[in-house]
Design a protein around this ligand. Structure first.
Ligand SMILES: Nc1ncnc2c1ncn2[C@@H]1O[C@H](COP(=O)(O)OP(=O)(O)OP(=O)(O)O)[C@@H](O)[C@H]1O
Ligand SMILES: [Mg+2]
Length: 455
């Protein structure tokens, strides 16, 4: 198995369809959505019993940052548990609206662009050792990330000079730099802000912000596991061929707009290769690395197989083999079939509505569950485990301690605060427990604090 801490932060888009009743601003809807959270947590920024962070980000975007996970399947469960938690808040907010005679419908989108053209993200966090040459690592990772949209692009109907077309990535048009420390102004693919949320002597947290938010669990799985494997490869590989791209932002957009895999990419050394060639290299190297490390089994083997299948599908110009597993292929099938059947242009508002429905996770509004139920989209998680993951932390990380502390403090009715690193009693800051090791599932100071609270 891979032993790396991974966390996913997902920002959601909020919209309100007032129907024939009084309209509400997005701010008003967001406030109503978070009212129950504010009631029990006295804040719009809280940690949940599963160790995740739930908060209202600027621009009225609800965000869930999953707890630290080491098992990629548990990461999927935690990510999806976040959807359930928000969906329940939507139901409660709609009940509250209805009690005031407002019959509107709240929509909650897992996507990356709103109708005003703003972009919001799905950030991936990967724990890496501090001792690595960080610059080399990020430079070598970038060509993989630029071409990774072939695996995990969410697809998007974009307006281009040649009319509407289905591009690979929602996020590609909104990235402005390869690697930098600023997250909003210049929006880099890798954000280098150094906030390890861990012992800074031993660890770094790699913050990847170029990825699309995915609906298909297969896309999230392929995205996170392939990236983690490539990181392991880069952590150990001493010499490897350079795939440094001359202009990463341009390449990101070219590959997205072209959506064939055969897009030409100019490398820094002047060579020209295709996006697929770069991916082929990383797949081969990651497979060899996994085999050499003895981890090419179970879920890793499955993901390597899916990665292979995906690149073969692109190479053959036929995505049928992955249309039941990955977002771009699933969405292309859905949207183009619908447009053909109804004889609509891709930029018809009805196609736009269908695209939004693909990303909607409000109860009774979105398509994911029905696509899964009809066998059109593969589900990797077990619904019962996802349900339980709403208040059960993932295994193998300090999220376990956070969760037990939260449960004990709430049970005792004692004021407390936590963040990724700390467990605190508000009235007794001297007793604050620091958890610098993300892999720690037990800790003497934490245990004694929890025992005391349990009385
Ligand atoms: N040491 C670590 N290595 C990798 N991931 C981590 C580590 N510590 C925490 N994480 C993950 O990083 C994410 C942090 O989410 P959070 O939204 O708080 O991000 P941030 O970048 O610190 O802050 P913000 O979004 O407010 O700018 C979570 O998903 C968490 O599980
Ligand atoms: Mg965040």
């Amino acid at each position: 198995m891979i032993t790396r801490v991974i966390g996913l932060e997902t920002e959601y888009g909020l919209a309100y369809d007032a129907g024939s009743t009084r309209p509400q601003t997005t701010e008003e809807v967001a406030r109503r959505l978070f009212a129950p959270v504010v009631e029990w947590g006295r804040s719009t920024n809280v940690f949940l019993l599963n160790g995740s962070r739930l908060y209202l980000d600027v621009g009225s975007h609800p965000e869930v940052a999953t707890a630290e996970c080491v098992d990629p399947l548990e990461l999927l469960e935690q990510d999806r548990a976040g959807v359930l938690t928000l969906a329940r808040l939507v139901s409660t907010a709609e009940d509250s609206l209805r009690s005031e005679g407002l019959e509107g419908k709240i929509h909650l989108f897992r996507n990356n662009v709103d109708s005003a053209g703003n972009s919001f993200g799905c950030h991936e966090n990967y724990l890496i050792p501090r001792r690595l040459e960080y610059r080399r690592l990020t430079e070598q990772l970038l060509p993989f990330l630029v071409t990774r949209q072939l695996l995990s692009g969410a697809g998007h109907v974009a307006k281009t000079e040649d009319g509407p077309r289905l591009v690979l990535s929602q996020r590609a048009e909104h990235m402005w730099e390869g690697v930098s420390a600023s997250s909003t102004r210049s929006r880099p693919m890798i954000n280098t802000r150094d906030e390890p949320h861990a012992d800074a002597e031993r660890f770094r947290r790699l913050h990847v912000i170029v990825g699309d938010t995915n609906m298909a669990e297969g896309s999230t799985l392929l995205k996170t596991v392939s990236t983690s494997l490539v990181l392991s490869l880069l952590e150990t590989a001493r010499v490897m061929p350079s795939w440094a791209i001359a202009n990463p932002v341009k390449a990101l957009r070219d590959i997205s707009r072209d959506a064939t895999g055969s897009t030409l990419v100019t490398l820094a050394d002047g060579r020209t290769v295709t996006a697929l060639q770069i991916q082929e290299y990383f797949l081969e190297a990651a497979s060899a690395h996994a085999a050499a490390e003895g981890i090419a089994e179970g879920l890793v083997a499955e993901v390597l197989g899916l990665w292979r299948l995906t690149l073969d599908a692109w190479a053959g110009g036929d995505l049928d083999a992955v249309k039941g597993t990955l977002d771009f292929a699933a969405k292309r099938e859905l949207l183009t079939r619908y447009a053909e059947r109804q004889d609509l242009a891709l930029d018809d508002p009805r196609v736009a509505r269908l695209e939004l429905a693909y990303h909607d996770v409000a109860p009774g509004a979105g398509l994911r569950e029905s696509l899964e139920a009809r066998g059109l989209l593969r589900r990797f998680t077990d619904p019962a485990r996802v349900e339980a993951a709403q208040d059960t932390p993932p295994s193998g990380t300090r999220a376990q301690l956070r969760s037990r502390f939260l449960a004990a403090a709430r049970g005792a009715g004692v004021e407390h605060q936590v963040d990724w690193l700390h467990l605190k009693l508000t009235q007794d800051p001297g007793r604050t427990v620091l958890l610098p090791d993300p892999f720690a599932t037990s800790d003497a100071a934490a245990e004694s604090l929890i025992d005391e609270l349990l009385g």
